[in-house]
Design a protein around this ligand. Structure first.
Ligand SMILES: *Cc1c(COP(=O)(O)O)cnc(C)c1O
Length: 354
């Protein structure tokens, strides 16, 4: 049996997807050729790209609303600079909720003035700032919907006149939002959509074409859009596996279905974290992430015992990020409820033993 995989990213993918992906590596479309050895301009691959792009809009309920999808190289980290390159003329506002926001802000500063509207750095990013003001004379507002490292998640988003841009790398397709509130959504695939190597960008086209600077082709959204996400050789394999994951999600019942499953998983674990006197949660209760639960042992002396116990239970990827310490259980879409139950069982067993 497969290990219970709580890894933060790259992370768990549905078994069915892994099986189909491995078959395509050997023989794609019953053509006696591998997906990895055919042209990206061939009909079968163009169909994959088109299917992946349209599944994204369908699942996010963004069809016929002026949005286009891109599957790009370079990870979410390249989007930190791409966004500023393409959309920042003079001034942008950023909400600082952790490591990934900090990195996005750093890149944006290369292109214009950046206003940090609020930050939760004072408490090691364990909460989401609220009640901040956003200046009106900005080119866009940027936020990070889910803070993978700290285990916090935005439950609501500010109303802004300017374009709303969001890094949804670690919670895209996990919960129902009104995605049409956003003008640009981006996500590295390796958290909740597919393998590393491809980045999803969903753009409302009318926000583009407003900066004065020259933009290099590979970093220019309009160039990629004009070529239907095939300006150069796209990341064919990760795009294909992402397409399979999106199909898997659609067949299950889409975001509305998976959101209920994700809520059950998070509820099961957080209830145990709060009940069990040996553990304490890291992030503020009202801002807890449904995807990444961060928690610590109250008594660090139990660390070796606990670590041995969960490893013995075939649990993988539970160590917290070095900037938080403790533990982090990432419960992405593909993680089954019984894996969370396995972790909760180990936590209860530790309580009995200690
Ligand atoms: C992992 C992560 C990133 C970085 O993604 P890369 O694809 O490695 O560049 C950015 N933002 C968030 C929220 C993440 O979780």
């Amino acid at each position: 049996m497969k290990q219970h995989n709580f890894s933060a990213g790259p992370c768990i993918l549905p078994e069915d997807v892994l099986k189909k992906a491995s078959e395509a590596v050997i023989d794609f479309n019953n053509d006696d050729l591998s997906l990895l050895e055919i042209s990206h301009r061939s009909k079968p691959f163009v169909a994959v790209m088109e299917n992946a792009r349209s599944l994204v809009l369908e699942l996010l309920d963004l069809e016929n609303k002026g949005y286009k999808t891109l599957f790009l190289h370079g990870g979410a980290s390249t989007q930190f600079l791409n966004i500023a390159y393409n959309i920042l003329n003079k001034k942008a506002a950023y909400l600082n909720t952790g490591t990934w926001s900090v990195k996005a802000i750093k890149e944006a500063k290369l292109f214009g003035e950046v206003v940090e509207v609020a930050s939760s750095k004072d408490k090691n990013f364990s909460y989401i700032p609220k009640g901040y003001e956003i200046p009106s004379d900005i080119d866009f507002f940027h936020c990070t919907s889910n803070n993978t490292i700290f285990g916090t998640q935005m439950k609501s988003f500010p109303e802004v006149e300017a374009p709303l841009i969001c890094d949804m790398s670690s919670d895209i397709f996990s919960r129902r939002l009104d995605f049409s509130k956003f003008d640009l959504i981006y996500a590295g695939a390796q958290k909740n959509m597919g393998p590393a190597g491809v980045t999803l960008v969903v753009i409302k086209e009318d926000i583009l074409g407003k900066v004065e600077r020259q933009i290099p082709s590979m970093l220019n959204y309009q160039v990629h859009l004009s070529k239907d996400s095939m300006f150069n050789t796209p990341p064919v394999f990760p795009t294909y596996v992402s397409m399979l994951t999106l199909e898997w999600l659609k067949d299950l019942g889409g975001i509305d279905f998976i959101e209920k499953v994700n809520a059950k998983k998070a509820d099961l674990l957080y209830t145990e974290i709060d009940r069990n006197p040996l553990f304490k949660g890291f992030s503020a209760k009202e801002d807890r992430s449904i995807m990444n639960a961060t928690f610590n042992l109250v008594d660090e002396n139990l660390k070796d015992t606990f670590d041995k116990m969960w490893k013995l239970a075939r649990i993988n990827g539970l160590n917290g990020h070095r900037s938080v310490g403790g533990y982090r259980a990432s419960m992405y879409n593909a993680l089954p409820l019984h894996s969370v139950q396995a972790l909760v069982d180990v936590m209860k067993e530790l309580e009995r033993k200690a």
